[in-house]
Design a protein around this ligand. Structure first.
Ligand SMILES: C[S@@+](CC[C@H](N)C(=O)[O-])C[C@H]1O[C@@H](n2cnc3c(N)ncnc32)[C@H](O)[C@@H]1O
Ligand code: SF4
Length: 469
């Protein structure tokens, strides 16, 4: 079924949406699909974006210890078995029990620092309740089962967990299919982990090789099947246009999804840092031809949407798909939320509360110095003024179709009304059935680009992005 017939159907959708014509009008106002990182991330995952943060210290954020009732906790594990050619995350090479004693010691030291940071937050916020815990990276599952158990137990003793606390841990096909993979999954499930998430990126052997992933497609399929035995809810990540970006690769990915039907699929658009191999290849004239054109990227996204629909998936933003509404990803909403408190522990982790968005140092050395001196390792951040909260409510709200919060007295209010009008004219935004501003199908095809347009003037200036109004 996933074949020529599907391609024909998508050709029709492409023509009905008049994509070629729309691309011309959007280009005229500076909107186009690029493959460059957006403010430090591969999609608009946070507001403010990471590159807009400026030097700031913990004293600016926590003038006094303040009891906080409920928080969401993120723990960063900056170790991976492979350094993938496309990835811009703060991480380093580590191969677990096979690695040198020095590297193993460095990992043990990092875990110790992390646990100290958990306890520092526990004291400062007076032992809050955890609504959700996300252990991400990096590849947390490269740690041994007992190290993962230790971190989970430390988090449990530092904070209060309830029966409703959601716990997600990130793995990778290789760590899941390793000799101890089955035991690790069983232990994580028995320790209350409710969801596993791992990157597959592509089921195409050649794309995986170029991405430096170091496994074959059957390992990725095996990882899905093994994970399904222990977790009712799990997510796989795929990336569109990682290399070649062919429609055949998308069809192949759809066929592999059909074989294991993961409860949740995140299918990102590839965006590359200029410092990583993939970003360098894109700038290289000879190699750039291997990456898809803007028209092909749009066609590919429509192919993904239609193919996933035919496999029984419901799409709940431009990148995310579920088979049942109950398996939607709560963590992505929390990370982008402006009203819920997120505490990020570990190198490079970011956090937000009512008044600030802030980030830990990205240097392991500096992280260690701060923690050993009993100081929070926060080095960058931004104060969330009323204007920034208004901007955040649009950026986040438009993606999730929540109503943007009307914040009285903000100086940006009238500018945002003009922005909305402009996007309505361009066919990117409309009122949905609940009478809320939401992205149209065209808007979803240019999701990140449309959200960028709602960055505040201050943030845009910091990122040197063009503003249209
Ligand atoms: C921390 S990693 C996931 C877990 C694990 N390390 C793995 O790779 O299996 C988070 C996800 O971000 C996505 N990602 C990383 N770099 C990306 C890029 N340059 N463009 C698009 N997506 C990217 C990948 O899909 C990746 O799985
Ligand atoms: S994609 Fe995953 S495994 Fe690869 S370098 Fe990034 S975090 Fe590590």
């Amino acid at each position: 079924m996933l074949s020529q017939k599907l391609l024909d159907q998508v050709e029709k959708i492409y023509a009905q949406l008049n994509i070629d014509g729309q691309l011309l009008s959007l280009r005229a106002v500076g909107i186009r699909k690029t493959q460059s990182l957006l403010g430090g991330s591969h999609s608009v995952v946070t507001y403010p974006p990471l590159d807009a943060l400026r030097a700031l210290s913990a004293e600016d954020i926590f003038p006094n210890n303040a009891k906080t009732q409920n928080i969401n906790l993120y723990i960063h594990i900056p170790f991976c078995e492979t350094l993938c050619t496309f990835c811009h995350y703060v991480t380093g090479l580590y191969s677990g029990a096979k690695d040198t004693p020095d590297n193993q010691q460095a990992v043990t030291r990092y875990i110790d620092l992390l646990c100290r940071e958990l306890r520092m937050y526990s004291t400062a916020l007076q032992h809050p309740t955890i609504d959700s815990l996300y252990i991400g990276g990096g590849t947390p599952c490269i740690l041994s089962t007992s190290q993962l158990e230790h971190i989970l137990n430390e988090a449990r003793s530092a904070f209060s967990f309830t029966d409703e606390t959601e716990v997600c841990v990130e793995g990778s096909p290789k760590t899941i299919m390793a000799a101890d993979g089955e035991h690790k999954l069983a232990t994580l499930a028995s320790l209350g982990v409710t969801r596993l998430s791992f990157g597959i990126q592509s089921f195409d052997a050649e794309v995986l090789r170029l991405a430096g992933r170091a496994y074959a497609p059957d390992v990725a399929l095996g990882a899905c099947k093994r994970t399904a035995r222990f977790f009712g809810n799990y997510n796989i990540d795929l990336i569109q246009n990682l290399y070649h970006g062919s429609h055949n690769e998308i069809l192949l990915n759809l066929e592999c999804i059909a074989q294991c039907l993961p409860p949740h699929v995140t299918w990102y658009n590839a965006r590359f840092s200029e410092k990583r191999p993939q970003g360098i290849w894109m700038k290289n004239k000879k190699m750039a031809v291997n990456f898809a054109s803007e028209e092909n990227i749009i066609f590919g996204r429509l192919l993904i949407w239609e193919g996933m629909k035919q496999l029984g998936y419901k799409q709940y933003d431009g990148n995310r798909f579920v088979r049942d509404t109950g398996t939607e990803d709560p963590f992505k909403k929390i990370r982008t939320s402006v009203t819920r408190t997120l505490i990020g522990c570990g190198v490079s982790a970011y956090s937000h509360n009512e008044s600030h968005f802030y980030r830990n140092t990205i240097s392991t050395k500096e992280y260690s110095e701060h923690i050993l001196n009993g100081k929070f390792p926060i080095t960058h951040g931004m104060t969330l003024t009323q204007d920034e909260k208004l901007a955040a409510s649009y950026v986040v709200g438009l993606r999730t179709a929540y109503a943007p919060k009307i914040i009285q007295g903000t100086t940006l209010d009238s500018i945002y009304k003009q922005k909305i009008e402009h996007c309505v004219k361009l066919g990117l935004i409309e009122k949905n059935a609940q009478n809320r501003w939401a992205l149209t199908t065209l808007g979803r095809l240019f999701e990140d680009e449309t959200l960028l347009y709602f960055y505040s003037p201050q943030v845009s200036e910091r990122l040197h992005t063009k503003t249209m109004v």
